[in-house]
Design a binder for this molecule. Sequence first.
Ligand code: BES
Ligand code: ZN
Ligand code: ZN
Length: 499
Amino acid sequence: MKVISLENILKQTNSDLLVCVLEKGGFKEKFPSKHVLSTLDKEFSGLISQALTRMSFKAEANSQLLLGPFSGQRCSYLLVVGWEGKKGSEDYRKLGGLIYAAAKKISAKTVTLAQEAIDLKAALNLQALLEGVHLSAYKFDNYKSKKEDNKDSEYAGISELHIGAKPKDLKEVAATAATYATATMLARDLVNTPPNDCIPRFLADTAREIAKKNKLKLDIFGEAELRKMGAGAILGVSAGSDTEPYLIRMKYPGKKGGKRIAIVGKGVTFDSGGLSIKSGSGMETMKCDMSGAAAVLAVMSVIQELQPKAEVWGYVPATENMINGKATRPGDILKAMNGKTIEVLNTDAEGRLILADALSLAIKDGCDTIVDLATLTGACLVALGESYAGLFSNDEKLRDRIFKSAGQAGESFWELPLIEEYKSQIKSSVADLKNIGTPGAGAGATIGALFLQEFVGEAKWAHLDIAGPAFTSKSDGYYISKGGVGFGVRTLLHLLQEF
Ligand code: BES
Ligand code: ZN
Ligand code: ZN
């Protein structure tokens, strides 16, 4: 999609779809005299104001009216979008989604967006708008034997988007938006790929391609190496699976004087629960249990394009959580890479086990700032639902940075506490730690986070529990479709770009 800025859309526009944004209260039988819709209404012999009146269009937030087709006019269709209240960049992302949906409906190739009521000169708004357009074009049909005979498969997308504003750095912002969207969509693809194909080796192969393309240093530790390294926790989780586990490590060197940061993603390619087996319905979406890994790989896949100053290490512990005769039993004791012993009382609390080894390695490698992403607990999903991820941190500055990046990315986090008092719950009578808290004592997301904290030492650390927003059962109506969301990718990218 080419993004072109026009000084004056009324002089220059000729497109399939013209989009005008109207503020709530901005239409009372007629348009304010300076609004582009006022001029257009005259051109269209009052048709627009008549339509808005008939439909009682109030221009409420994200309400819309698509008019057309017109012939012999400057556009074949006109889309009026309502705009209400104080607007942040996320509203621009949603606007991008609405524009794409309308364009698809009428198979528009060229789309023009007027500048009234919106501010496309602010780089973050423009970036968000373009991300919304790109992301709403996402589809995952690799596994359909017949491409469906509908708009979804026929529509080739918007080829030119004309905007009625002249932002600085338009080219750069458009490229960044495309990069952010590409990364988000890679994460979605990885999550959506079924777990009979997306096995640990698939993640390792993906990492190999990414490292090659981005010239990143890469280590893929297989079972034999994990044994040598003492990664007993990953090995304990993978014991019940017939596929080999891997611990993937990638490094982007950063620039002179850049700080070091590690991003770590839970990569359970399928979580059956192990011997503490999940219910049938509880397992239905468990291919999403590698969403943290998907986010880390997606970030590393575009890191050379974005060239952050920081030295970025990406870690992905990848395994299945399955059941065969060798599966870890409740009561087994594992030894993590940092020497701590763990009594496994519930094999379904496996994410914290594989992360224990990955975090230990990051610490060993000298990473003093670590952000992990994991679909770690059902409790976090219960607490915050599908729209918010939980954020735990031992460092206020890092926490604030993540909140800022999340705001820019249009991803929502809610801080949850690391409650010291509950630490005693993960003390074991026979090992250093146990992998679950006191049954019935609640605070499941916090218990998971406290367990991870045992493996980060003094490092600045944040744990993002993305069990809620990683996967969705329905489209959000704007730019997120059913399935993998690619959650966390854009927050991490903003974080790294400013780190
Ligand atoms: N992968 C799940 C968490 C999850 C649940 C992610 C729902 C996405 C949606 C995790 O491994 C798990 O099963 N956690 C257990 C922990 C418990 C046994 C302490 C849980 O949340 O029930
Ligand atoms: Zn589990
Ligand atoms: Zn899991």
